[in-house]
Design a protein around this ligand. Structure first.
Ligand code: SF4
Length: 492
């Protein structure tokens, strides 16, 4: 770990830190004689014992020591954001390599940081994790983490991640498992690259590493590769077409049930929703997915969970809040059929007028069908086309709904991790930097994010009734995970 100490940016008045003479601008060098590496490490060190010996550096370079009796709690400092680590792979399906030019700088960042994996469930290929970092994960019990395995056979993995030094993922995994760290795993599957026998071996190698108690492979998901239209000068990767997706479902959906049975009823092998939506097959029932919806953020079970929520919600009195509303719901083509069915049922039940339009992704190419990668311009185009088709009236709908996932930052720095020189956009911006208020102004009607459920959506529409989504002042409630998330192509 290169970083030496973490800078203090604020000290809470009356806090233990203030009492110890710590000021903003100081650097926290050590706690209990151990170097403070980052925010996460600070949390680990400061909460380890009831008291803490600190070594602190002033901006002029002088240092002093302080002793605090903190009862295993924080001492009242805000620390500077950590810099995100950058991945050392060159994956053949890396989404960043397939980005068209001209987007904001942070979207071209290939972040791969074990801290993000622990905090937010991001997947990492462990390329930037050397043995010292693996030891740290074990020591600080950063469990569970999420690892992109892709293939356990060395040559296959090297082909996928494009890095000759990163073939032996099992060595790194075993290091973590032996240290008691649990791991969720995934393989992004590309036809001819890591399917067939390679996939079968990956499955077998990971299954034998599942066990009772700590240090287990908790799950393995398979996600179909996602390709954009921008692959000039990149290795040829075959897309997952509907036939391939149908064959995959036919072959592996029964295996999901078989592995679940052998795992005490808890699904362990997980199939991403994209297999079903690409194949044009109805997603399976609730029992097909983990009880805790493991890997939901990776697109496993989103459609089923949405259907379950919706079915229950439509029966509640609250659903009547939709009555009479004329709402245009924009989403990606892969989620549109599901949303359409739900909207039709809601309309029938409460007398609402929800309409679903599948927005084409002109920004990344029409092969990209997930809602989370729709740009502001794509949504604008779809809404304008709908308005024109309805006679061009400015009040053609009462409100437009955009996918929440298209407004969220899925790559690049988060609010905890930053990259030097990169300005983090305010929340509420689409990938192409258009903002929700700009879209609302363009449409001339309230424009709100979908949220993850119909209940969230109704909250947002009611907030719009009160003007809460106007003028760019976004409520934190819009930031709801789960619905319309990007596909695995967005994950390492
Ligand atoms: S897919 Fe992820 S791990 Fe692979 S090159 Fe891109 S950012 Fe790195």
């Amino acid at each position: 770990m290169a970083q030496k100490g973490v800078q203090v940016i604020a000290v809470e008045p009356g806090s233990l830190a203030e009492g110890a003479g710590i000021r903003p601008g100081d650097t926290l060098l050590e706690i209990h004689g151990e170097a403070v590496l980052d925010q996460l490490n600070y949390q680990f060190l400061i909460t380890r014992e009831d008291e803490a010996e600190l070594r602190v550096q002033r901006p002029d370079g002088s240092t002093f020591e302080a002793f605090v009796e903190n009862g295993g709690e924080g001492i009242g400092v805000d620390l500077a954001q950590d810099e995100v680590k950058v991945c050392k792979q060159n994956c053949v399906f890396c989404f960043v390599h397939q980005m068209p030019k001209g987007f904001r700088k942070s979207l071209y960042l290939k972040d791969e940081d074990i801290r993000l994996s622990f905090l937010y469930g991001h997947f990492t290929t462990l390329s930037s994790s050397d043995d010292a970092e693996l030891d740290r994960i074990v020591r600080e019990r950063l469990s569970p983490i999420h690892v992109s395995v892709h293939a356990t056979e060395a040559q296959a993995r090297i082909r996928v991640v494009g890095n000759p030094r990163e073939g032996d993922i099992l060595r790194k995994l075993d290091h973590l498992l032996a240290g008691g760290i649990d791991v969720h795993t995934q393989a992004v599957v590309a036809p001819g690259l890591n399917d067939g026998e390679t996939w079968q071996r990956t499955l077998n190698d990971l299954w034998v590493r599942r066990k009772e108690g700590r240090g287990s492979v908790l799950s393995l998901s398979c996600v179909p590769v996602g390709l954009t239209a921008y692959r000039e000068n990149l290795p040829v990767v075959q897309e997952v077409d509907p036939d391939f997706a149908r064959d995959w479902v036919a072959m592996w959906a029964p295996a999901v049930r078989k592995y679940a049975k052998a795992n005490g009823g808890e699904p362990w092998l997980l199939l991403a929703d994209e297999w079903f939506t690409r194949a044009g097959i109805e997603v399976p029932g609730r029992a097909f997915y983990s009880r805790s919806w493991a890997q939901l953020e990776n697109g496993v079970g989103l459609v089923r969970r949405f259907l379950e929520h919706s079915r229950r919600f439509i029966k509640t009195p609250r659903a009547k809040g939709f009555a009479g509303r004329r709402v245009l719901l924009l989403t990606g083509p892969s989620f549109a059929p599901t949303l359409n069915r739900v909207a039709a049922e809601l309309n029938r039940t409460v007398g609402s007028h929800l309409r679903v339009v599948a927005a084409k992704n002109f920004s990344f190419g029409e092969t990209v069908t997930v809602a989370g990668l729709l740009c502001g311009e794509d949504l604008k185009y779809a809404a304008h086309a709908d308005r024109d088709a309805k006679g061009g009236r400015s009040d053609w709908v009462d409100a437009v709904v955009v996918p929440s996932a298209s407004l969220r930052t899925h790559t690049g720095p988060t609010d905890q991790y930053t990259l030097r020189g990169v300005v983090v956009r305010e929340e509420g911006a689409f990938l192409d930097d258009l903002t929700l208020p700009q879209l609302a102004e363009d449409f001339g009607v309230p424009t709100v994010p979908s949220g993850a459920t119909l209940s969230h959506l109704l909250d947002h529409l009611e907030a719009a009734d009160r003007g809460a989504f106007r003028g760019g002042s976004l409520q934190s409630s819009f930031h709801t995970a789960g619905l319309n998330l990007p596909q695995g192509a967005y994950n390492p």
